[in-house]
Write a protein that binds this ligand. Structure first.
Ligand code: FE2
Length: 271
């Protein structure tokens, strides 16, 4: 299996804080059957490590050496989890190679947990027109995507892909998110399962328990594709081979439910 999303570089963000912890996490990953892991530290200007300092590259190299010394065979690749800010397009122009996954045309994007900004489709269009494929990190942890999977389906229709967290299947982020991730899977809106690991205790790099649960819903071959074939295609910069047919989400957003009667009232009044 390939874990596309991991906060494993010591001291870079809120993931592993020491080299010993990072090595412990890599041991867990190997035991789970993970052969490749992409280090994706948070990139959030002002909050986390600045790109110019090139600390990410240095820390990745240090961890590779330490893992090899420990006899670990796991392959460590570079990437980032890029928080969406108004500077995103400028940052990508300046640092594309450092931001994408393993030098590919795939880019991990992190939304805030409580909203999706109104210009999201324009931003995605802009990224896609720059030959980048945005991968939305854990949409099941965003309140809007959870409530309105239709919006997610529309972004996927544009060419965006979605990664959900293995911990979401196990209830690590609460029951609402656990139910939500299963719903996204049923709707055909999931292209990858990754760990989004932050430590060895509560959010470890373990994928197989989530794959077992996913297999009960979409079948073992499709569940396997979410952690093997699809992430392998990403790190090799190919189109993903498993692309589920999205089902039509039936929900109507709360905001539309509220706006629609008001809109009707005014439009009738005009007549
Ligand atoms: Fe993350």
């Amino acid at each position: 299996m390939i874990d596309l999303h991991a906060h494993i570089l010591p001291g870079i963000d809120d993931g592993a804080q020491t080299l010993a912890e990072a090595l412990k996490m890599l041991t867990i990953a190997e035991e789970d059957g993970i052969t490749k892991l992409v280090a994706t530290p948070h990139l959030y200007r002002g909050k986390y490590q600045q790109l110019e300092e090139l600390k990410i590259k240095q820390e990745l190299e240090k961890l590779r050496k330490a893992a090899a010394q420990k006899g670990l065979k796991i392959d460590l690749l570079s990437g980032a989890e890029v928080h969406i800010t108004h500077k995103l397009l400028t940052e990508i122009r300046r640092h594309r190679v450092e931001l994408v996954i393993n030098g590919s045309d795939y880019l991990f994007l992190e939304f805030p947990s409580d909203h999706v900004f109104p210009g999201v489709k324009n931003l995605m269009f802009e990224l896609l027109s720059q030959r980048l494929t945005p991968i939305i990190a854990h949409p099941e942890r965003n309140a809007v995507f959870l409530r309105q999977p239709r919006l997610l389906a529309e972004l996927i229709q544009m060419g965006v892909l979605c990664q959900v967290n293995s911990g979401s299947f196990l209830g690590c982020y609460g029951e609402r998110i656990q139910v939500g991730v299963l719903n996204l899977l049923k709707l055909g809106l999931v292209h990858f399962i990754a760990s989004d690991c932050h430590n060895s205790a509560t959010l470890p790099p373990r994928l197989s328990p989530a794959v077992e649960i996913a297999a009960e819903i979409i079948g073992p071959a499709a569940a396997n594709a979410l952690v093997v074939d699809n992430p392998q295609a990403v790190v090799e910069n190919r189109a993903i081979p498993y692309y589920p047919e999205p089902l039509e989400p039936r929900e109507r957003s709360r905001s539309l439910k509220f706006i629609w009667p008001v809109f009707n009232f005014f439009s009738k009044k005009k007549k």
